[in-house]
Ligand binder design. Structure first.
Ligand code: PLP
Length: 393
């Protein structure tokens, strides 16, 4: 009998939807022309790129000309900030937050080492940015505020409408990393008119890895990061990743069509998982905002245990999740996000991120609710800091 597999690490990456695979496959074999070519081989592909751009634009309620295809979310984030700084070279200040993904956070740290001023806005215990703090941080020489739409670790959704409005009123550019939002909550660029640029990544909504989007509002001054050919109207040179662009177009169409039903269904699963774990595991708490949260994300901490130990034991049961205290660098430091939220040390080390997608089922939730509580019990029994034992200082 094959081992049961439950994948709840969808904020890291998602399964490519079979309908997306079918849409892109011919463009990896039969239709291989360069879309810039004048002949029929090029024309066949160019037609599909136009369609893909229209599909992505429809998902964002934007114009097709406002969509630029990139290689990933990271590139889109870097491009937006780079463009703001090079369009107005006299402006050398950037505002971002302490909880950004490294695609923004580390790029800003890199810029800070090169003489740019960077303000990292703090967040409250729910992961919310204070709108007034943004207002107060804007200076004469501020070029751009780059503030994420929703956090990848906690799912907290930031008050983008208010934040971007302040940026607009004060005459600075506003970019948002919306990588964790596509397919989860509506994205409407006509409704929020004050977002100048927005980044997306295909592999977070059932398209393949290695394809991203940068939305650039019409009229926004733009300077490319790469210098080369005329592709993407000169905004992102390089021969197009045609099959992946076609894939992200299809994924956008599917996300758009299913958004409401899917978000409702996934949220019900997530809420059942959350309630089930909180009610059966003492000394547990949810990290992130109670209601302003992406419908698929649950970041939960268990006192007295290590996140990595939970992950290993879950993995033995075929459950793929992620630890909120990512120790990718080899250190056991809690994640910068949980630290910014002020999650107490004893909780932040035992945090777990469970992130769902359209492919999760009620059975998956039952299985996690059956397997996770005994894992925490067992780990607490062997933990030197277990309940009724001495707490670390
Ligand atoms: N921004 C956020 C919020 C993310 O979660 C991720 C991926 O984890 C990225 C940016 C980077 O996207 P990509 O992997 O496409 O570079």
């Amino acid at each position: 009998m094959t081992k049961r597999q439950v994948y709840v690490d969808n904020n890291a990456t998602t399964k490519v939807d079979e309908r997306v695979v079918q849409e892109m496959l011919p463009y990896l074999s039969e239709y291989y022309g360069n879309p810039s070519s004048m002949h029929v081989f090029g024309g066949q592909v160019e037609k599909k790129l136009v369609e893909a751009r229209e599909r992505v634009a429809a998902m964002l309620n934007a114009e097709p000309t406002e969509i630029v295809f990139t290689s990933c979310g990271t590139e889109s984030d870097n491009m937006a900030i780079h463009s703001a700084l090079t369009s107005s070279p006299q402006k050398r200040h950037i505002i971002t937050t302490k909880v950004e993904h490294p695609a923004v956070l580390n790029y800003c740290k890199h810029l800070s080492k090169r003489g740019y001023g960077v303000t990292f806005l703090s967040v409250d215990q729910d992961g919310m940015v204070d709108v007034d703090e943004l207002y107060d941080s804007i200076r004469e020489d501020t070029a751009i505020a780059s503030i994420m739409y929703a956090n990848n670790e906690t799912g907290t959704i930031l008050p983008l409408e208010k934040l971007s409005r302040i940026a607009s009123e004060k005459g600075i550019l506003f970019h948002t990393d919306a990588v964790q939002v596509a397919g989860k909550i509506p994205l409407d660029m006509q409704e929020i008119e004050t977002i100048d640029m927005l980044s997306l990544s295909g592999h977070k909504f059932h398209a393949p890895k290695g394809i991203g989007i940068l939305y650039i509002r019409r009229g926004t001054k733009f300077r490319p990061l790469l210098v080369g050919g005329h592709q993407e109207r000169g905004r992102r040179p390089g021969t197009e990743n045609t099959a992946s662009i076609i894939a992200i177009g299809k994924a956008a169409e599917l996300a758009q069509a299913a958004l409401k039903d899917e978000a409702t269904r996934v949220k019900a699963l997530r809420d059942r998982l959350e309630q089930g774990l909180l009610s059966t595991i003492p000394d547990s708490r949810v990290n992130g905002h109670a209601t302003q949260r992406t419908p698929n994300t649950l970041n939960i901490s268990f006192k007295y245990v290590e996140g990595e130990a939970i992950l290993l034991m879950l993995s033995e049961k075929g459950i793929a999740a992620s630890s909120g205290s990512a120790c990718t660098s080899g250190s056991l430091e809690p994640s910068h996000v949980l630290r910014a939220l002020g999650v107490p040390f004893t909780f932040s080390h035992g945090s777990l991120r469970l992130s769902l997608s359209r492919f999760n089922t009620e059975d998956d939730i039952d299985y996690i609710l059956e397997e996770l509580p005994p894992i925490i019990r067992r780990l607490r029994e062997i933990s030197p800091f277990g309940r009724n034992k001495e707490e670390p200082q």
